[in-house]
Design a protein around this ligand. Structure first.
Ligand code: NDP
Ligand code: 8X3
Length: 246
């Protein structure tokens, strides 16, 4: 299952796994995109559409309950659906944006994990790959709740591993840096000029880079668990701590 397969990392990942013959459940809110992707990836036998809003608990639980029987056993969950909204300082943000980031990046990811874990536990196998972010490690101005939501993903991933010690179930938190997808168009609410600036005069990561990483991870031997993986473009690095001099 790849959550958020209608764009960016999730879509690239779906293409890569389908090419290798994997059966997939692709999720997202945009049904038409899911339908087009399903058609491209070999139709409904190979690819199952599950269209729901991951921030809605009831819709998420219902979507899992309604999976066709041949897709019910989820071996790998790529917890990818997520978003940033806004880049304003905390005192100037739209409180609704904060709610949506928490409901999507934290609660959505947490619920999908909870829904697949019992099956993985009973089969003593499975892999949960969470898409965190460098933002979970390196706070930046305007990152506020987005950064905090990705810090949750990091800590949740580590704590899951603690719970799963003694099982064959693996958990990895991938923490990408600047990557060119629809992410910035979403963050800046379709302000194309502002979104383009994020990728201007630099070489960002691509969705394919992250898909290739996920592919590598699922093909590592079962005795090996990569806990966290922070991946930045070569043209990105952490900055020094800031000092204000009035
Ligand atoms: P995109 O905007 O290109 O893709 C985001 C995906 O998430 C879409 O398929 C979207 O589907 C889905 N999604 C968002 N909200 C919901 C929702 N409420 N319910 C269901 N699906 C939802 O962004 P990316 O591919 O870049 O982002 C993927 C993940 O990677 C996110 O978690 C993001 O935080 C993280 N990330 C991104 C980085 C970047 O620089 N691009 C860097 C580090 C991490 P739909 O709109 O159809 O619902
Ligand atoms: C996305 C990367 O640096 O825009 O998670 O927060 S960043």
């Amino acid at each position: 299952m790849i959550t958020g397969a209608t764009a960016g990392f999730g879509e690239a990942c779906a293409r890569l796994f389908a090419k290798a013959g994997w059966r997939l459940i692709i999720t997202g809110r945009r049904l038409e995109r899911l339908q087009n992707l399903q058609a491209e990836l070999g139709g409904s036998k190979q690819t199952c559409i599950s269209c729901f809003d991951i921030s809605d608990r009831q819709a998420t639980e219902q979507a899992f309950a309604e999976l066709p029987v041949e897709f019910k056993q989820i071996d790998v969950l790529v917890n990818n659906a997520g978003l940033a909204l806004g880049l304003e300082p905390a005192y100037a943000t739209d409180p609704e944006d904060w709610e949506r980031m928490v409901d999507t990046n934290i609660k959505g990811l947490m619920r999908c994990s909870r829904l697949v874990l019992p099956g993985m536990q009973s089969r003593d196998s499975g892999y949960i790959i969470n898409i965190g972010s460098v933002a979970g490690n390196w706070p930046y101005p305007g990152g506020n709740v987005y950064c905090a939501s990705k810090a949750f993903v990091r800590q949740f991933s580590l704590a899951l591993r603690a719970d799963l010690l003694g099982t064959q179930i693996r958990v990895t938190n991938i923490e990408p840096g600047n990557a060119e997808t629809e992410f910035s168009m979403v963050r800046f609410k379709a302000d194309e000029q502002r979104a383009d600036k994020v990728y201007e005069n630099t070489v960002a990561l691509t969705a394919q880079d992250i898909a290739d990483t996920i592919w590598w991870l699922v093909n590592t031997p079962v005795h090996m668990n990569v806990t966290t993986m922070e991946i930045m473009p070569t043209q990105q690095a952490t900055g020094p701590l800031a000092i204000f001099r009035g």
